[in-house]
Design a protein around this ligand. Structure first.
Ligand code: COA
Length: 371
């Protein structure tokens, strides 16, 4: 069965899901009954994990349980760092993450594995970044939340609350997003009866591709190249004239502004009031305005608006995450969504086996083989 939207977008439905709903026409993302904007403003990463894994908003006690489980999982992963072979010496962060995650073993308990994987990814990402910078890994601190500890493991310093809040907003925004390529990958692997670690390793491989999670780095490159709001228009015009795409604009599903762009933009405004991020945000807003205008002129029938990656770049930079860690930081949130989808796929218990249309050569008549 296909969905055909008002804009003629035709997409194949491959699963029923109770996890998230992406409405590309009205720009609405719902995660287990909650609008993404509300989650970005009020929830922590632990809350969205509980929502996706336990099917409901956590009580205070449930939140504490999940926080303690994730803290223990980070410590367990940190103890494994010495036995990851050369996984963390990869030049690319996603390659390191894929290789390191492949060292984890799967158990018979999918909930335990979900916590182990979700706890491990920030530890591996931070250890990779510090190793590349010639610094020893910084041990996780069990008293910190997942977001705070990731920042602490990166910098070696316990972060300020506004930075933690901004990271939580980001993690809540990207934790799940319908049947995107990496989630579909995880569900295909799960549908064969394989284990959660295998599904997550495959999903990391899908997310690694530049068409899925790789735009925020180039968005920052673009902001660097533009430099000042008044340079935005001529710079963007030259890019479009050269046939290049404007990073952070356009989306396969959204035909309006990505709701996560708005949620992240307001998280940055809050951060700006309390600490860093001000000038970049002003520049980013000017670039978005000009880009939207120029794209509307060039593609009057398509609606190319800002996507999540546009403000992701500004937010992650403002809280001190290096560009090389943008995709791994995306992964350490999305892993919670992958785990929930694998669990859901398991309950369906049916192999995903799409069809292809054969367009190869016609079958040769038997006699023609001889010559
Ligand atoms: N800049 C300039 N032109 C763009 C564009 C952009 N950001 N996004 C789409 N277009 C143009 C394409 O060149 C194409 O033009 P053509 O018909 O003349 O070849 C047309 O619009 C295709 O539009 P659409 O069908 O909506 O795009 P898509 O679904 O194939 O691609 C993206 C979606 C996200 C891959 C695309 O918008 C893009 O490359 N954006 C920039 C990268 C980015 O931000 N990625 C992160 C996504 S979350």
């Amino acid at each position: 069965m296909h969905i055909r939207s008002a804009s003629g977008l035709d997409r194949l439905i491959v699963a029923d899901t109770g996890l998230s709903d992406v409405d590309g026409e009205s720009g609405r993302l719902v995660i287990r009954g909650h609008l993404v904007e509300a989650l970005a403003e009020h929830a922590s990463f632990e809350d969205v994990c509980a929502l996706l894994w336990n099917d409901k908003w956590p009580s205070r006690a449930e939140r504490e349980v999940i926080r303690a489980f994730l803290a223990a999982a980070r410590q367990e992963a940190f103890a494994l760092l010495g036995s990851l072979g050369n996984a963390l010496s990869a030049a690319d962060g996603m390659e390191a993450l894929r290789a390191a995650t492949g060292h984890l073993s799967a158990s018979a308990d999918i909930k335990e594995d979900a916590i182990r994987l979700t706890g491990a990814l920030p530890v591996f990402a931070a250890a990779w970044a510090r190793t590349r910078a010639g610094q020893p890994p910084s041990a996780p601190l069990p008293s910190l939340s997942h977001a705070a500890d990731y920042l602490q493991m990166l910098s070696g310093i316990v972060p300020e609350t506004p930075c933690v809040r901004a990271l939580d907003a980001y993690l809540c925004c990207v934790v799940d997003h319908g049947m995107n390529a990496s989630t579909f990958t995880a569900r295909v692997v799960a549908s064969t009866g394989s284990d959660l670690v295998s599904a997550v390793v495959a999903a990391i491989g899908a997310l690694k591709g530049p068409l899925h999670g790789g735009a925020p780095g180039p968005v920052l490159d673009m902001l660097d190249a533009i430099g000042r709001p008044e340079h935005a228009r001529p710079w963007l015009e030259a890019e479009l004239a050269a046939g290049r795409r404007i990073m952070g604009m356009g989306h396969r599903v959204y035909r309006v502004r990505d709701p996560r762009a708005a949620a992240l933009e307001s998280a940055i405004s809050v951060l700006e009031r309390t600490s860093a991020g001000g000038e970049r945000l002003t520049l980013a807003r000017a670039v978005e305005r000009e880009a939207e205008h120029l794209l509307a002129e060039q593609y009057p029938t398509r609606k190319l608006r800002a996507n999540v990656e546009f403000y992701t770049a500004v937010l992650l930079e403002a809280i001190g995450i290096p560009r090389t860690l943008f995709s791994p930081t995306f992964a350490l949130s999305r892993v919670a969504g992958w785990c929930a989808h694998v669990n859901e796929q398991r309950s369906v218990g049916r192999l995903i086996r799409p069809a292809s249309r054969y367009v190869g050569p016609a079958v040769l008549e038997p006699g023609l083989h001889a010559g």
